[in-house]
Design a protein. Sequence first.
Length: 379
Amino acid sequence: MGLKYTVAAILQSPNFLYRVELGTPTAGGLLAYSAYEMATRLSYSLWETTPDETLLSAADAGQLLTRESVRAHADRMLADPRAESALARFWSEHLNTERLTTAYYAKSGFEKADLELLYTALQEEQRFRARKLNQPGANALDFLTYRTAYVNELSASCYGIPAPAGGGFEERPLPPERVGYTTSGVFLGTQAHPALTSPTRRGSFVLNRILCTPVPPPPNNVPVIPEETQGSRRMKLSAHLASPTCAACHTMLDGIGYAYEGFDSVGRVQTMDSGYPVDTSGSFAPGGGVATPVANAAELAPLLRDAPTTAACLVEHGLQYLGGHLLEAGQYPYVEELTGQFGSSGHQFRELIAAMVSSEAFRFANGQLGEAPAAAAEP
């Protein structure tokens, strides 16, 4: 009986259920992770498993306490195939790719089995893209402007390109109207209704997830567009612009989202909507500045890539992914510092990950700054 209670206590202990990372107080008021805590953080962040002998030996020797030591081990670990899964998971969470399932996104006019096969093919394309973005020297911002797709017969049909021979997957050039992730089936399918496109959802995703530009929630009691209203999706949504309460946000959201109206709710090209010609003209105003007219999604893609907040947004989401929590106000100066390093590296994703895990933001339990990054002194 005593053994039973002992085992039960062990299995319920927080030290068994969680990775305990408490940190040690420093003279600067921060909590520095111990060498063993850093070994665990590095291993689970980059390999999704327990530390190897090399990391444990480094912890035994009291290493993993400086930027240089952590960076050396991060470079080693990122060069190991075991890092591929964690890096791919970041892109999946950042771009919401794994949510493309029939449980979340049923579509009208499709048998469930057929839709599941298409979704599986579209997700495989994004896993392939993540592998390419994670390669040494690859530019992470290319996720917005790549010009090829990894397709099988089903996804090739969705994209309107020739299917690979033999029934497998193959990398193929995209047609001119498709450029980067925001013209992929995953993006277009998740940011749509079961039978209708959604310029508002598509614009909201771009602003929130790619540009880190917060969009206020809609006001209460927004009137529903009557079902009998005639016209294309765009023509119906224009009713929101007549209301001062709705116009401010919808001008920003729909100006981006209209560029994707050339694609239906699963990402196929459409030229007509409810008997009306599709209008894909839109606008983009980075940072709320002067709006730039765009003719379609292909024109919008390079503007998104080069927008001043795109790289910083990727850094912000990367820090949140590695830390496992939303950033606090005092951590945002790290985003600025790391964004500068990210740009200096040619926006290499592996370089960004290595810089993030060796930064104070990752090495301190309360990695918050006062006025500048220098406030977090090396232990």
